[in-house]
Write a new protein. Structure first.
Length: 198
């Protein structure tokens, strides 16, 4: 039997508390270098917003969605899809800083790369195909690799920075607790493919 609601007494919508996404994360030493460089730039540019914690620095590969409860079936499908990725480790270099659009007062300040990100883009595309093959919805929008260091209300003009490089040796599935600055890693997949990097 269908349950009816009276006008003005609709059931409240529950707020999403969980986010799932795949990411490439810098190793701890690289994350510390990024944080140090970002702290210096923040001071030079007179930005007051706080930096993200080093343990949260990442390049998002695919956002799987925001949820009221963690959908374990989707997690299982995502993990199964991730095991099909066969890519060797590859290098990433970030050498520019700029602002991306975002909510008012919450614009991401990000690091990007000017060249040499083909392997990262290839990983993102291959993972997207595997996730779609597993029945999951992922965006087909153009992927612009970036690493967010803070959120601020101002906007920064793009500028070159001293390059920061590292070798991507794995990618991870992260469960983010929204509003609680907590990340749980749901799975890790080492890059150890024997073929040419994508």
């Amino acid at each position: 039997m269908t349950q009816l609601t009276l006008p003005g007494f609709e059931a409240p919508r529950l707020a999403a508390e969980h986010r799932l996404f795949f990411a490439a994360m810098p190793d701890p030493d690289t994350a510390a270098r990024i944080a140090g460089m970002a702290g210096w730039l923040r001071s030079e540019m007179h930005v007051e917003a706080r930096l993200l914690r080093t343990g949260r620095l990442h390049i998002t590969l695919h956002h799987l969605g925001d949820f009221v409860c963690v959908p374990e079936v989707a997690v299982a499908r995502a993990c199964a899809a991730a095991t099909s990725i066969d890519v060797p480790p590859f290098g990433v270099t970030l050498d520019r800083i700029s602002s991306f659009n975002g909510r008012p007062g919450h614009r991401p300040l990000v690091l990007t790369g000017s060249t040499g990100l083909d392997a990262l883009i290839g990983l993102q595309q291959g993972l997207g195909e595997a996730l779609r093959g597993a029945g999951l919805r992922v965006s087909r929008a153009r992927f612009t690799p970036h690493l967010t260091v803070l959120y601020d209300e101002g906007r920064v003009d793009p500028r070159a920075i001293a390059p920061i490089s590292w070798t991507v040796r794995e990618f991870v599935l992260i469960h983010s607790w929204l509003g609680k600055t907590r990340y749980d890693v749901k799975g890790r997949w080492p890059l150890k493919g024997s073929g040419p990097s994508v």
